[in-house]
Design a protein around this ligand. Sequence first.
Ligand SMILES: [Zn+2]
Length: 395
Amino acid sequence: MPFHIVDGKAIKTGKVTDVYFSRTVEVLQAKGVHKRCVAEVTLKNRKADWDFGILAGVEEMVELLDGVPVDVKVLPEGSVFHPLEPVAVIEGVYTDFAIYETALLGLLCQASGVATEAARCKLAAGDKLLISFGARRMHPAIAPMIERNAFIGGCDGVAVVASAELIHEEPVGTIPHALVLMLDGVTEATLAFHEVIDPSVHRVALVDTFCDEKIESLRAAEALGESLWAVRLDTPGSRRGNLRQIIEEVRWELDLRGFQHVKIFLSGGISAEDIAAHADVADGFGVGTTISSAKVIDFALDIVEIEGQPIAKRGKWAGRKDIIRCASCGTRTVVPASRLPEHCPCGGPVEPLLVDLIEDGRPVGASKPPQAIRKRVLSQLEELRKKRETPRAGR
Ligand SMILES: [Zn+2]
């Protein structure tokens, strides 16, 4: 049996569509209705505990709509967005793009969910290391998509080889329990790793397989000395007790014996809240399911204008819109695209945030490398941190 996935061609040809869209197109074509409309992508529901999201999936959206006769404006990939802001605006003959809605929303909703959760974790981690470890919990076909968006959202590295290739980074990893079990001990496993693996790879001992984290950390440190970069605590939930005290104790014992250079890396079911609670005592975090299976962002695509006339369903604001941001006070406002103000109420100059992505089916401008997108995300997170916004999103 082949894998239960479709290839890129099936997505491009609109086969991944809810059937009601293809039937709608069939009806409109039979009736000769080829109206031009404007549709916008917004977050469906404003949630009380939701502050911001990171928009991702835009690059794949270009791949999907390349050649479809539409004009598209978007917030650039890796932009912070807020509820009710139009993150993408599509204009064209409805029957030309209707069948792409399912795939289009799927690309944006999941990628943005992953990037947003990674950003929450990065806000909690501050300058501590954050690595994506969760590919194993999701379908392997989408591992590169997940880890690419984990990276642009704020992760410093990704674990899967194919994901790292996509973003032109070196994959990051430590030692699995399997190696410690196969070689019968943390000392044996760490020494064998040190002997065999390329010296450019950090030596990180996994210190919770057989004995106490303190004992195994000291064994690994005594065996490798200066060459040991870090110890990883993957302490099972059933043995955690007070995880913070375990970390502090390991730190104390390592320092006491001259191993101040050895970092402490934490993994195993880590959430953004866990990171916030341990960021002052740990040096890095490996985050799995929290990021890889992040709750999707509930974007919806809605028609807001037909043949130049504002119109929308109940619950949606009609008319083509833009988002403006004040260069002085930073305030963001959703405004009618036909009535962009020149100044903020504070007097500062404003700039519209939506940029051209596709013009009449042709992509405009080059895509940015993931490292550049990530850098921009990190600077926006720094602004959010300064504004003391609560780092919670999507749930
Ligand atoms: Zn202002």
